[in-house]
Design a protein around this ligand. Structure first.
Ligand SMILES: *Cc1c(COP(=O)(O)O)cnc(C)c1O
Length: 365
């Protein structure tokens, strides 16, 4: 560790990077999370020693002992954010300081050491700069950054591990919606919940996703795209989707989202939407919304729009809602005007097409 919260990165360039022609072919239709850049960042942690051995190195498999603690007890956290090619050829990231802070909060909840936020940000800079040729330039494309950390100690005892590995990888992604934004149909699971009070719902940890997969499969079985979880105590209030927060727009121009309270992941997109909506003149309210109320207001027409939001898909309109006893449609099922306007505003900010009065756009160079 140098100068308090800084680390020196040892840079080892990939001596056999993907050729420009092959890279162009891969990036023509990247999809999501299928192709990766030439490098990765790794930083080690050991109890008593702290963070050390920060490297930028060729992307490669991570050798792992079968007794590595993460493989048994899932002590793991991650983040997700995007880097963009700005109109002037520079590189930007959207609110990476918020991801750094959330990564620290997730680490604390999972009894893991906190990577200094400045080191987290430096790691993003390092990788984005060395792999800048992998940032898509086309409409809707971006470089998805995936920082993660896991318990690497070789030990089967149940306690917080004494050794960890932080890794950052990057994946060029295309527009989430090829062929225009499509409303999704969501399934309200009668069977499964995502997070209970006192649990890990507010931490970005792989285990939350592992436990949501069966519910997502249930949603698919019912012809839906995504699952919506109700609260684990009363099975009454809407929490969020498997990996996205949820919003409701009413006919009196209020925009409502469930309050954070330990069971909901504090999305950075959610936070940005709250701010943009308030600045656009909507009345923004964080309050519990019950499933019964959601259904009644959709049926009466008082509820005009609903959408889900998160980094990967930005803002996704919800067209239909299914549950074991039936289904209902939000307005006419098409993307709503507030949903569309908020999405456009957010994307314009993220891509540097609109002036940023919030200080959200972080320049890399
Ligand atoms: C990551 C995540 C979100 C969205 O967070 P963003 O910061 O907006 O990408 C929402 N819900 C869950 C469960 C998540 O893991």
């Amino acid at each position: 560790m140098i100068g308090g919260d800084r680390l020196d990165f040892e840079v080892r360039r990939n001596s056999a990077p993907v050729s420009a022609a092959e890279r162009a072919a891969l990036m023509a239709n990247p999809g999501f999370g299928r192709i990766f850049t030439d490098h990765m960042v790794t930083i080690r942690y050991a109890d008593g020693k702290g963070w050390y051995d920060a490297r930028v190195e060729p992307r490669a498999p991570i050798p792992m002992d079968p007794a590595s603690a993460v493989l048994h007890y899932a002590q793991e956290i991650f983040e997700g954010l995007k880097a963009y090619q700005a109109a002037d050829g520079g590189i930007t990231m959207f609110r990476p300081e918020a991801n750094a802070a959330r990564f620290a909060a997730s680490a604390q909840r999972m009894a893991m050491p906190v990577l200094p936020e400045q080191v987290f940000l430096d790691s993003l800079h390092q990788l984005v700069e060395i792999d800048r040729d992998w940032i898509p330039t086309g409409e809707g494309g971006s470089l998805y950054l995936r920082p993660f950390m896991f318990a690497s100690e070789v030990f089967l005892g149940v306690r917080p591990a004494l050794e960890y590995l932080y890794v950052l990888i990057a994946s060029p992604v295309g527009s989430y919606f090829s062929g225009g934004v499509q409303p999704v149909t969501v399934w309200v699971s009668p069977t499964y919940t995502r997070a209970a009070p006192g649990g890990t719902g507010a931490a970005k940890t792989g285990g939350n996703y592992a436990s949501s997969l069966v519910a997502q499969a249930e949603a698919i079985d019912h012809g839906c795209d995504q699952v919506v979880f109700l609260d684990a105590v009363e099975r009454r209030y809407v929490d969020e989707l498997g990996g996205m927060n949820i919003f409701f727009r009413y006919d009196d121009d209020t925009l409502v989202t469930p309050p954070l309270g330990g069971t909901i992941l504090a999305g950075i997109t959610r936070d940005s939407v709250l701010r943009l909506a308030a600045d656009a003149g909507l009345t923004v309210v964080e309050r519990p919304v019950s499933f019964d109320e959601w259904r009644a207001d959709a049926e009466s027409g008082r509820l005009r729009e609903a959408f889900a939001c998160g980094t990967a898909a930005v803002i996704t309109p919800i067209g239909q809602v299914r549950f074991p006893d039936g289904e209902f449609t939000i307005a006419d099922g098409a993307p709503g005007e507030v949903t569309t306007a908020l999405r456009q505003r957010l994307v314009d900010l993220q891509r540097g097409r609109a002036e940023d009065p919030y200080g959200w756009v972080h320049r890399v160079d």
